[in-house]
Design a protein around this ligand. Sequence first.
Ligand SMILES: [Mn+2]
Length: 296
Amino acid sequence: MTELPKDLAEFTNVAGFPPVEPSVPERIVDERRKYRTIWISDVHLGTKGCNAELLIDFLDHTDSETMYLVGDIIDGWRLKKKFYWPPEHNDIVWRILKRAKRGTRIVYIPGNHDEMVRPFSGMNFGDVEIRRAAFHDTADGRRLMVLHGDEFDTIMLAHRWLAFVGDALYHMMMKLNGWVAKARSMLGLPYWSISKAAKHKVKNAVEFISKYEEVVARAAGERGVDGVVCGHIHTAEIRDYEYEGRKVAYYNDGDWVEGCNALVEHFDGTMELLHWPEEVAKRETVLAATEALEAA
Ligand SMILES: [Mn+2]
């Protein structure tokens, strides 16, 4: 019999899960930023890409009446290949469950990376509602459709892979470009620019994103709702579209791999995208200024 890796044994020990105390202690702040609603998605727990530190910070500084987890919260695809589950990832689950206990309504809409949770749609696990999709009524009387967004992949299939060509890859290619040009000229091959090819791909990625947003907004328009909240493409955005003369709002809550964004609804129904690294920087500036004042 093969023995379970230590982490996995811990993970599957249901009696001890979630842990009684998180490994990163919950920060007690004077006052949490309160919102009517918070949407987060594409956390990818179970991968090295997940920015757990910032997400823990976010969860410790905010609160809301309702919180939607808009898919790809746990990366089951990657976990199946290679088990990776640091204590901080437990801490996130712990914080979400604690929120539910404190009275936040938690709605979990699984995405394509956590599609193994989808068969449980309609059920409640503890205080967490699992739904395939949801409608959300804003404080200013608008009805929003909430879904992960991979539902549109079939339409987007032709362009799908282009979305993964990011900036980092582009810059790496720029560097490579010089070497390749040199090697090619040494071999007597004609000049061929990787960076030019990459630039073309980046342009395609930008086109992919705007096309995706259009497709999703149109689907929302067809269903007669005032807007849509999704994730999936790791690109946070608030944008207004029009469908047959009506306004349809497109909201994408971004991700916690690169962007570290959350979409929030204020108590008057105003929507805002938070870029958490910026919020942390602002907070630290204020803190430093206060300390300087106190020292003076
Ligand atoms: Mn996804």
